[in-house]
Design a protein around this ligand. Structure first.
Ligand code: CS2
Ligand code: MN
Length: 403
């Protein structure tokens, strides 16, 4: 009764193949129909094509990540009605094809954000890093977002300026690339890698959220959930929102899946357990006030998908993705409460006790340097993360269920 071990695959364009993933110890795949534009229906035919491809490698497709929520739904524009209808049809089609877990997020414009995608650790491996002052420097001095100064204290602005002054042209370009191109907007195709003026386009995308504050975004999220969850219930599908990464507002945009207060709001605004959560320790771990195992226990019944990785949070608020088993993060305690929940689910007859888990990101290491991969998704680094989590689980389970 293990947790279902999975790795993410970005479809046919992923430089890492299903055949390679099949050798890592993963039994399941997490993927999406990346070739279908955001907002369009995922047909049964297209879903089955991907499903069959995965199964031909002896793997199963366990989780959809992501069925993206169109920006116009987040903004609450008139066109959302049709987009939400399309979303419901996709949920229904996925349910009919046996896909029961859908991960998505509700972050405006951005998905995860880092200032450095290749931060070198002492042992020569590479991790992703978020440097607070550098991000502020990007906002104020590179992006030159109108009114950005209002969002920062004098001290923050001075620190950001000091960093900005040390950057050369190449570094400035690289930071802009790291933040803009690796965004939801890029994933959705609004900003292409060959985009001539990504900064201009990006500013336009941000400006479209003028006037949308936390409350308005919550209202739009609530509308979306209360429309879509009844369909999810009908087809026995669990939606699992991914927490904001990092879990605080950026670039003047509200973020509303960041904190315990947000999870309470989420559970209240749409109480169905099909309105679920992706428990991402890496994202949630970037806040000092978060106790990961306590958060898991509090929302356990609506957690349908696990992203386990470790975030090393520094005193000044910077963070980087440390090794999965970095003992200062203590994923062992988290694993313990996860197994306890799994046992509880099994005993109460819940069919979804075999919760899917993936190591989320991994470090770039060894042969990863000779192979292309999406930022955060190298093959060997994730294999290592998966192996470590599997070992942790096996040991913990032994201790917990031994007679
Ligand atoms: C993922 C997210 O790579 C990652 O960090 O966990 O990009 C995740 O896929 C999305 O936020 C879910 O919609
Ligand atoms: Mn995650």
């Amino acid at each position: 009764m293990e947790l279902k071990k999975t790795l993410r695959w970005f479809g046919d364009k992923d430089p890492i193949s299903l055949a390679q993933i099949a050798q890592t110890g993963a039994k399941g795949i997490v993927t999406a129909l990346h070739h279908i534009p955001n907002g369009e229906v995922w047909t049964v035919q297209e879903i089955l094509k991907t499903k069959n491809k995965i199964e031909s490698h002896g793997l199963t497709w366990d989780v959809v990540e992501s069925l993206p929520v169109h920006e116009n739904i987040k903004k609450g524009l008139a066109s959302r009605d049709l987009l939400i209808e399309n979303y419901k049809v996709s949920v229904k089609n996925l349910g009919l094809c046996g896909l029961k877990t859908i991960c998505y997020n509700f972050m405006p414009v951005l998905d995860w954000a880092r200032t450095d995608l290749n931060y070198t650790l002492n042992n020569g491996t590479e991790a992703m890093y978020f440097q607070v002052d550098l991000f502020t420097a990007f906002d104020i001095f590179i992006l030159k977002r109108p009114n950005a100064l209002q969002d920062y204290t004098k001290k923050q602005i001075i620190a950001a300026e000091a960093i900005y002054k040390t950057l050369n042209k190449k570094e400035i370009q690289e930071i802009a690339y790291n933040i803009i191109v690796v965004t939801q907007a890029f994933i959705d195709g609004a900003v292409g890698e060959d985009e001539k003026e990504p900064i201009k386009l990006f500013l336009k995308l941000l400006a479209e959220y003028n006037g949308i504050d936390k409350n308005k975004l919550r209202e739009n999220f609530s509308h979306f959930l209360n429309e879509v969850i009844p369909t999810a219930e009908k087809y026995d599908v669990n939606l699992a929102v991914h927490p904001d990464d990092p879990p605080f507002p950026l670039l003047g945009l509200p973020r509303i899946v960041s904190s315990i207060e947000d999870f309470n709001w989420l559970s209240k605004t749409c109480p169905s357990l099909n309105n679920g959560i992706t428990f991402c320790t890496g994202s949630l771990g970037a806040r000092k006030d978060h106790n990961l195992s306590k958060i898991f226990e509090q929302y356990a019944e609506r957690i349908h998908f696990l992203h386990l990785r470790s975030t090393k949070l520094l005193d000044n608020g910077d963070f980087y993705e440390t090794e999965h088993l970095d003992e200062t993060v203590n994923l062992a305690t988290v694993m313990k409460v996860i197994i306890a929940e799994q046992i509880r689910r099994k005993e109460t007859g819940r069919l979804d006790y075999n919760i899917p888990i993936r190591p989320d990101h991994g470090h770039k290491m060894l042969d990863d340097f000779n192979r292309k991969s999406n930022p955060g998704y190298p093959l060997i680094g994730r294999l290592k993360g998966l192996a470590e989590l599997s070992g942790l689980e096996a040991g913990m389970r032994y201790l917990m269920v031994k007679k």
